[in-house]
Design a protein around this ligand. Structure first.
Ligand code: MLT
Length: 258
C-alpha cells in the first residue's frame, strides 16, 4: 500500500485504485463532519451554487455554502462549522456548495471510496481509510482541496496529521510505502503541531479571521473532536451498512429526478 498526498485535486494520481480522503480543513470538510454531529441525516455536495440551488429548492432541503467565505445571499446558511454545531439538523438533509471543497469531492468521485477528512475527525477517518484500503487492496490518496487553485497550508498540515495516524495502524509486516508528497506533509505538520498557530501564518485562515470567522478557524483546528466520517455514496446505496454519514454528489441526473 502506498500513501500519497495530492496538494491540489488535479494532482491526485491513480484514484481508481485508491481510497481518497478529501481535505478542506477550512472549512468544507470540517463542516461536513459537523453537520452529522448535529443530527443531519445526509449531506449533498454540489459542485456549483446553481446545481445546489436547484436541487435543494426542488426537495426542500437546507441550502448552504459560501462564496468568498461569506454566506451566499439567498442560501439558508453559510459554511460555518461553529454555526452548524449549534443547530439541530435532525431530519434535515443539507446541500452544501463551496468554492473549493465540494469541487474537490467532485474531482475524485470515481474513486472506489471517498471519505471527507479534517483535523476534527482525523482518527476515525484515518482508521476507516486504513480498513477500506487493507480490505480492497487499495492505496490511500489524501487529496487537499487547496484555495482557488493554489496550495494551502491548512490542508497540507492536516494531510500530514493523517499520514502520521495511518502509519500508526500498520503492523511490522504492513508498513505502507509513504510517497515523498506524504512525507513532506507529515514534516510540515511536525514542524508546527499547534494547528491554529500554524494555520494563522496562512492566507486563508487570515481571510476568514478578517471576515469575522476566527472562531471557525479555531473550531477547525481542533484534533479528534468529532467521530463522524462522511462517506461519498449514491442515493441508491446511502442506506447500506457502511455509510452512516452519507455524502452524495449532486448531479444533473439527481436534479432531473427530484
Ligand atoms: C471552500 O470550499 O473553499 C471553503 O470551505 C471556503 C470557506 O472557508 O468557507
Amino acid at each position: 500500500m502506498q500513501i500519497r498526498a495530492a496538494l491540489l485535486p488535479e494532482l491526485a494520481a491513480s484514484t481508481a485504485s485508491s481510497v481518497c480522503i478529501v481535505i478542506d480543513a477550512l472549512r468544507a470538510t470540517t463542516v461536513a463532519a459537523a453537520v452529522f454531529q448535529s443530527g443531519c441525516p445526509a449531506l449533498y455536495a454540489a459542485p456549483s451554487h446553481d446545481l445546489a440551488r436547484r436541487f435543494a429548492r426542488a426537495r426542500g432541503y437546507l441550502l448552504c455554502g459560501e462564496s468568498g467565505g461569506k454566506k451566499v445571499p439567498d442560501f439558508d446558511y453559510g459554511n460555518s462549522p461553529v454555526e452548524f454545531s449549534t443547530i439541530n439538523l435532525t431530519g434535515k438533509p443539507v446541500v452544501l456548495s463551496t468554492t473549493n471543497g465540494t469541487r474537490a469531492i467532485a474531482a475524485v468521485n470515481a474513486a472506489p471510496h471517498v471519505l471527507l477528512g479534517a483535523a476534527v475527525n482525523r482518527m476515525t477517518a484515518a482508521r476507516l481509510a486504513w480498513e477500506l484500503a487493507v480490505e480492497g487492496g487499495y492505496d490511500i490518496e489524501i487529496v487537499c482541496s487547496g484555495t482557488n487553485g493554489h496550495f494551502t497550508l491548512e490542508d497540507a498540515t492536516v494531510a500530514g496529521l493523517f499520514v502520521e495516524a495511518i502509519g500508526g495502524f500498520a503492523g511490522p509486516w504492513t508498513i505502507p510505502d509513504i510517497a515523498d508528497s506524504a512525507v513532506a506533509c507529515r514534516r510540515l505538520w511536525q514542524k508546527e503541531p499547534n494547528m491554529l498557530r500554524g494555520w494563522m501564518e496562512g492566507a486563508h485562515a487570515h481571510t476568514l479571521a478578517n471576515l469575522g470567522f476566527g472562531e471557525d478557524v479555531a473550531f477547525c483546528a481542533q484534533i479528534d473532536t468529532i467521530s463522524h466520517v462522511p462517506v461519498l455514496t449514491t442515493e441508491a446505496t446511502a442506506s447500506e451498512a457502511r455509510p452512516s454519514c452519507p455524502a452524495i454528489l449532486v448531479t444533473e441526473e439527481l436534479i432531473a429526478t427530484a
